[in-house]
Design a protein around this ligand. Structure first.
Ligand code: NAD
Ligand code: TYD
Length: 335
């Protein structure tokens, strides 16, 4: 039996990953350390409550004692935890550096001290925006545009430095925009879907021609699982959908799938520093044996259906005061 520490397992991608690891690897125990921030929802992994190979530790990855307590007996760490929302990072909070940089260092220090395998879950945003027809390759320079992207790039550089300086067995995945069930309803797809169900406006930033690669969460988690088990030390692996979609097209598809009024799509002031296009070359990951299984049409239809059937899950969030405060702060100033 081996044991892995997954951070951020009560968040969106982390909850899918924890579930996948328990299901796909009968010889693996999974410990989930999560601080339960606004984005951490214990109900995302409620189905694992009686699973003997799963344990939850309430803790902060930026706190060395919490990390040591959670990582006891582990052979490896997958760092999924992060402050993950670009718009929140633009509001200027310190937590992006505390969690995404210092938290990464704490986990790396523990992995180094105990000789653990380490995987950092990162993002295509570390490359900044790229002009067509280029697709980012893993050796491209890092140019994060937002404070979020900069903090993730800092995390990546720390991981690479630990691999080189200390010989740590560490790898990185850089995933593109991910969507699916349990995504916190501040991000584009769940925000527009839940707003559409509630008859609210869908606020499109700027001209809506920003291009993203929308990746279904199960495909992303399959890549993380693969790279954790088979990736090479000191290497990063892009994880993209290899299918580019402008935001305005994503919005139109959500309108079709939900039956919302097309007039609910409104243009609002653009995000400062907004990246125009991300695109990833995933040849390196494919050479390891990964392929995308869920195309955007299928994945989006499944996701919209999930939100239709799980109104109680997202209403518990969207009806709260914290969500209203965030929405007023982010959208109030956009006009
Ligand atoms: P999320 O915001 O849904 O979840 C983050 C989780 O981390 C939450 O459960 C939160 O409570 C936990 N957390 C935050 N700070 C913590 C701390 N200090 N200690 C312990 N736990 C803490 O995020 P997500 O969308 O699932 O993203 C997960 C990871 O994947 C992030 O590292 C993100 O950078 C990366 N990523 C996300 C996307 C995407 O589109 N969502 C794309 C590529 C990469
Ligand atoms: P988001 O889901 O926040 O992910 P990221 O910033 O990590 O790419 O945003 C995805 C895209 O959608 C991004 O180009 C910004 C845009 N967007 C809107 O147009 N309106 C919105 O209300 C939100 C939240 C995002």
């Amino acid at each position: 039996m081996s044991r892995v520490l997954v951070s951020g397992g009560c968040g969106f991608i982390g909850s899918h990953l924890v579930r996948r690891l328990v299901r796909e690897h009968p010889d693996l125990e999974v410990v989930n350390i999560d601080l339960l921030t606004y984005a951490g929802r214990p109900e995302n992994v409620a189905d694992l409550a009686d699973e003997p190979r799963y344990a939850f530790v309430h803790g902060d990855i930026a706190n060395a004692d919490d990390v040591a307590r959670a990582a006891e007996g582990c052979d490896g760490i997958i760092n999924v935890a992060a402050e993950s929302h670009v718009d929140r990072s633009i509001m200027g909070g310190d937590e992006f550096v505390t969690t995404n940089v210092l938290g990464t260092k704490r986990l790396l220090d523990h992995a180094r001290a105990h000789g653990l395998r380490y995987l950092q879950v990162s993002t295509d945003e570390v490359y900044g925006d790229v002009e067509a027809p280029h697709r980012s390759v893993e050796t491209d320079p890092l140019h994060g545009s937002s404070p979020y992207a900069a903090s993730k790039a800092a995390g990546d550089l720390l991981v690479l430095s630990y691999a080189r300086t200390y010989g740590l067995n560490a790898s990185i995945t850089r995933g593109s925009n991910t969507y699916g069930p349990y995504q916190f309803p501040e991000k584009l797809i769940p925000l527009f879907t839940t707003n559409a169900f509630d008859g609210k406006e869908l606020p499109l930033y700027g001209d809506g021609m920003q291009v993203r690669e929308m990746l279904f969460v199960e495909d992303h988690c399959a890549a993380i699982d693969l790279v954790y088990h088979h990736g090479a030390a000191g290497e990063a692996y892009n994880v993209g959908a290899e299918h580019e979609v402008p935001n305005i097209e994503t919005a139109h598809r959500i309108i079709e799938l939900t039956g919302a009024d097309p007039a609910s799509l409104v243009r609002v002031a653009d995000r400062p520093g907004h990246d125009r296009r991300y695109a990833l070359d995933c040849a390196k990951l494919r050479a390891l044996g990964w392929e995308r299984r869920t195309d955007f049409d299928t994945g989006l239809a499944r996701t919209v259906e999930w939100f239709r059937e799980n109104r109680a899950w997202w209403e518990a969030i969207t009806s709260g005061e914290a969500y209203a405060d965030y929405s007023a702060k982010n959208y109030g100033a956009r006009g």
